[in-house]
Design a binder for this molecule. Structure first.
Ligand SMILES: O=C(O)C[C@@H](Cc1ccccc1)[C@H](O)SCc1ccccc1
Ligand SMILES: [Zn+2]
Length: 174
């Protein structure tokens, strides 16, 4: 497992670099990210959240992961189309633990990405998959769900995370 960075952290605000070659290092990173995501638990995880400033994220939004997991590894993902209709979803983030807020996003999204198989894939997502894919894709551009909130609510959440980090640092010392 890899430690998940907690906001505020400059690495979570960076524009990540494209993956150039699908090699063993990338495959190992994807495996580690999937294990970290399932352990959290979460339905998605982006590379910058584990401190790797590369354009890849993993996703598995199926209900019962125990029986039929549906892990997806998306390298250099691009949004090629979004629906006019929008959805409001109470989002969270593994880098902003225990904070939730309503975010409005396009209800459906079509994405194109490079798979671990070296092939280009294109697929349309709806439901939680669409919300998650857009949430993860934002991470690759240093954008967090709190960036869609008003400044006061964003500041309140940031202050809470700073307090949490101080407490974790103190606990780690004891
Ligand atoms: O921090 C992340 O990127 C992972 C998020 C992805 C996500 C956030 C909001 C809406 C959909 C996906 C984690 O999966 S947060 C945990 C979670 C679990 C089930 C459903 C929604 C969120
Ligand atoms: Zn997130």
């Amino acid at each position: 497992l890899r430690p998940i960075l907690i906001h505020p952290d400059p690495r979570l605000k960076k524009h990540c670099d494209p993956v150039v070659t699908v090699d063993d290092e990338i495959r190992k990173l994807a495996d580690d990210m999937l294990a970290t995501m399932y352990d959290a638990p979460g339905v998605g995880l982006a590379a910058p959240q584990v401190g790797v400033l590369k354009r890849l994220f993993v996703m598995d939004c199926v209900k019962d992961k125990a029986t039929a997991p549906a892990p997806m590894v998306m390298l250099n993902p691009e949004v090629t189309w979004t629906s006019e209709e929008t959805n409001v979803y109470e989002e969270g983030c593994l880098s902003i633990p225990d904070q939730y807020a309503e975010v409005t996003r396009p209800r459906e999204v079509r994405m194109r990405w490079l798979g671990l198989d070296g092939q280009i894939h294109e697929e349309q997502f709806d439901g939680l998959w669409a919300t998650c894919a857009q949430h993860e894709n934002d991470h690759l551009d240093g954008k967090l769900f709190i960036d869609y909130l008003g400044p006061l609510k964003r500041q309140m959440i940031t202050r809470k995370m700073e307090k949490l980090k101080r407490e974790r640092a103190r606990a780690a010392k004891d």
